[in-house]
Design a binder for this molecule. Structure first.
Ligand code: GLP
Length: 251
């Protein structure tokens, strides 16, 4: 039987973010003490912004990211790194520009890869994760339709990093940032569910009442491709970090 992921409901999104940042810093320090690198899977979106702020604060207080390797979940296809809405840009402005990570240790799928090279780019990404020793801790958000990364409803759990079409809910949710739905990229490269489930540990952050229904479904409905986050029920070390609004449907 799959184990339902555990969840923790915090007084605020800030305290949830602080708790996860604390876990991440302990992981980095413990692996540093064994002279091992820490491999983090990272997410974009509004939800992890406070987590990244907290990690930057911890860095100012002495936490080093010199031995940290990162892999981001996803990137839009067809926009370049300098585009204000690219995930490359997001990660650099919200985290990487403010910590001592080695730029060579940062991995984000390349949104401008030529159509003919997408498949090889995706398999190279998987190889890089494997060569790094696999992901120690994967941070996730959740889309209102239950997507994780850009694994949209209908996705198979057996697919690794791949190119995908964005779901209409996802496009609508991104429309404001892009100045209209017509300007939201239609496709993205994303780690697959298989890649995500390969992480040792998974921490999913969800805040606000707009996430309450999907959080409840992710945790309590059976595993279904219609809600990709339900695949996390088959992972043995997943925790949802929720604020009170996102957790309000859970007893
Ligand atoms: C995007 C990202 C996801 C993220 C989701 C939710 O679609 N690809 O990784 O979890 O948005 O975003 P937010 O945290 O802004 O609600």
């Amino acid at each position: 039987m799959p184990e339902v992921p555990s969840y923790r409901i915090f007084a605020s999104s800030q305290s949830a973010s602080k708790a996860l940042a604390e876990d991440i810093s302990q992981l980095i320090r413990s692996r540093d003490s064994e002279e091992r690198t820490t491999v983090l899977g990272l997410a974009t979106g509004n939800t992890p912004v406070q987590l990244y702020k907290e990690l930057i604060r911890m860095h100012r207080d002495g936490l080093s990211f010199r031995n940290v390797v990162t892999f981001n979940l996803d990137e839009y296809i067809g926009i370049d790194r300098e585009h204000p809405e690219s995930y490359w840009q997001f990660m650099h402005s919200h985290l990487f520009n403010h910590i001592d990570i080695n730029p060579e240790n940062i991995h984000i799928p390349e949104g401008m890869v030529a159509a003919d090279n997408i498949e090889s780019h995706c398999s190279a990404y998987e190889n890089q994760i494997e060569e790094a020793g696999g992901i120690d801790l994967q941070v996730l958000g959740i889309g209102r339709n239950g997507h994780i990364g850009f694994n949209e409803p209908g996705v198979s759990p057996d697919v690794a990093t791949h190119a995908t079409e964005l779901n209409q809910v996802t496009i609508n949710d991104a429309a404001e940032a892009f100045g209209g739905a017509a300007d939201v990229p239609q496709r993205a490269i994303t780690m697959g569910v298989k890649t995500i489930l390969g992480a040792q540990r998974i921490a999913l952050l969800a805040f606000g009442s707009s996430k309450a229904d999907i959080v409840e479904r992710a945790l309590t409905s059976g595993i279904t491709s219609e809600v990709p986050a339900t695949y996390l029920q088959s992972h043995n070390d997943t925790t949802f970090f929720l604020d009170q609004d996102a957790g309000k449907r859970l007893s």
